[in-house]
Design a protein around this ligand. Structure first.
Ligand code: PLP
Length: 356
């Protein structure tokens, strides 16, 4: 991926370097305009990382102490942490057992008088069933913040991820489908008031230099990262397409092998295959076998948030969210990146078959 864009990346680097302007300048403004256009939202605001993007979104909405925020039980911990950081309580909801995304049918049961917002996470790159989630939010007067860190460029019934919620968060961590050369993130929204609030919060609570309206934070997207992201943005769709082609090859060749459960897309939902996640009861043994044969794999994620040391104060125990726990115990992410060659795909498939 990086070889393909390297000349343009170096040019962008040099341009910013020579501009002598490194924070809050033209590169950021340009990238924000382009990312908003890509996301089919009126506004995009660059921030320092994906976690901050969720935190700032919650702050802009006024979610805080005493409020409850519905989050998936099956997610990366960032989603929960954002709710915790603004003083709200994360309320986990179990996933659909096939898509691994939050199960819309279970959301209503988790709603209380204190619920303020839902944060659906488009896990592994597949967009959640957003039409159902938006309908529930509307019925109960709740805010929706998409955690779009893993799913840039995916669609639910023709509408792009990051354009459904009141305000949405994404991450440009280097390993995401649109990755910076360091930490970066963004917020997308159609709501001008929320956009303006987010811009103020990310910059010390200030619109006019040295005049602070609110207690903000320092979470700006720097000029270099913005300029580099702008080089990659127009190429991302072709990379996502390549990931889909690779996923199709894996799925057709691994169908019916052993006890493998392969990725499943919900009706009307697409994926950018940020990850290609298979499941098996023999996960650890299969991972060992692949490692021994030179195939690197990862587990996303080995411990669900409710069982993390960080959340021990919630007194949640094993068995409380059995589906999230089962996914954690059985999931395995195969190699997945644009540039993965057919012979490598075949080798990975053969190695898995030889295990069974
Ligand atoms: C990566 C990720 C984040 C956080 O992004 P950072 O840029 O690393 O802070 C949040 N949510 C999900 C689902 C992620 O995968």
């Amino acid at each position: 991926m990086h070889d393909q864009v390297k000349p343009d990346m170096m040019k962008a680097f040099e341009k910013v370097y020579d501009s002598h302007w490194y924070i809050m300048g033209n590169s950021l403004t340009t990238f924000e305009k382009n990312y908003a256009a890509y996301s089919k939202t009126k506004y995009a605001a660059g921030v320092a990382n994906g976690l901050d993007a969720i935190i700032i979104s919650l702050k802009a909405l006024g979610v805080g102490p005493g409020d409850e925020v519905i989050v998936p039980s099956n997610t990366y911990i960032a989603t929960w942490l954002a709710a915790s950081y603004v003083g709200a309580t994360p309320v986990p909801v179990e996933p659909n057992s096939k898509t691994y995304n939050i199960n819309p049918d279970l959301i209503e049961k988790a709603i209380t008088k204190k619920t303020k917002a839902i944060i659906p996470v488009h896990l592994y790159g597949q967009v959640c069933e957003m039409d159902k989630i938006m309908a529930i939010a509307k019925k109960h007067n709740l805010y929706v913040i998409e955690d779009n860190a893993q799913a840039q460029g995916t669609f639910c019934n023709g509408k792009i991820s990051g354009s459904f919620g009141d305000i949405n968060a994404t991450s440009f961590y280097p390993g995401k489908n649109l990755g910076a050369i360091g930490d970066a993130g963004a917020i997308t929204t159609d709501n001008e008031t929320l956009y303006k609030k987010a811009c103020v919060i990310r910059n010390y609570g200030s619109q006019k230099k040295y005049y602070n309206e609110v207690k903000g934070i320092n979470s700006r997207l720097d000029e270099l990262q913005a300029a580099l992201l702008d080089v990659k943005l127009p190429v991302m769709d072709s990379w996502n397409k390549e990931r889909n082609d690779i996923a199709e090859k894996f799925s057709s060749q691994l169908k019916g092998v052993g006890d493998l459960i392969l990725p499943f897309l919900a009706e009307g939902c697409t994926s950018n295959f940020h990850l290609y996640v298979i499941r098996t009861k023999k996960r650890n043994e299969l991972q060992d076998h692949l490692t021994k044969n030179g195939v690197g794999t990862l587990i996303h994620y080995p411990v669900p948030p409710h069982l993390q040391e960080a959340y021990k104060e919630m007194n949640l125990k094993k068995g409380d969210f059995p589906l999230a726990e089962e996914i954690a115990e059985t999931c395995l992410s195969l190699p997945m990146y644009p540039g993965l060659k057919d012979e490598e795909i075949n080798y990975i498939v053969q190695t898995i078959k030889s295990f069974y």
